[in-house]
Design a protein around this ligand. Structure first.
Ligand code: FES
Length: 160
């Protein structure tokens, strides 16, 4: 079966014009994910370098980086705690969970602790409406979170 091509482009090869699949944009996200995993964030210089590599405008790279909440332009803490704020989670009390983390970590959502151990964020869908309020701790999903569980979650993370 012929693979699906989202965009085609015309190139010249041996003096002939041929149509090939333009995979430039499909290569962008894996490159960004790799950079995020290796460095913990994607700097302005990284975005420029990636744009140069792919032959696209840096604004395109920036728009992708800022669209996806799992990509970041700033270095985050060792552990990233994301509290889902989809409507189901809000109705089930996710803001109480956010406030419990804010109190325990002495930061506001969107901030990183001074020792750079924790970043606390609100995030959209994490696929856990049925277990709301739900959080994502680094890559691990935790459902049915109660404010009373927050100190133990943080304590366990400090041991890692
Ligand atoms: S819409 Fe609620 S976690 Fe996905």
């Amino acid at each position: 079966m012929k693979p699906v091509c989202a965009a085609e482009k015309i190139i010249e090869k041996n003096g002939r014009k041929i149509v090939v699949c333009d995979d430039t944009r499909s290569r962008l996200l894996p490159i960004l994910q790799d950079r995020q995993d290796r460095r913990g964030y994607i700097s302005d210089k990284d975005m420029q370098n990636i744009a140069d590599l792919l032959g696209i405008h840096p604004v395109e790279v920036y728009s992708v980086v800022t669209f996806y909440s799992f990509l970041s332009t700033e270095k985050k803490g060792k552990h990233v705690i994301r509290v889902s704020n989809c409507i189901s989670n809000v109705m089930k009390g996710s803001e109480k969970v956010v406030r419990a983390f804010e109190k325990a970590l002495k930061i506001k959502a969107g901030e990183t602790t001074g020792d750079r151990q924790f970043t606390l964020e609100r995030t959209g869908c994490i696929g856990m409406c049925d277990k709301a309020p739900a959080i994502m701790v680094d890559t691990e999903l935790v459902g049915n979170v109660k404010p009373g569980m927050v100190k133990k979650i943080i304590g366990d993370l400090r041991k890692r």
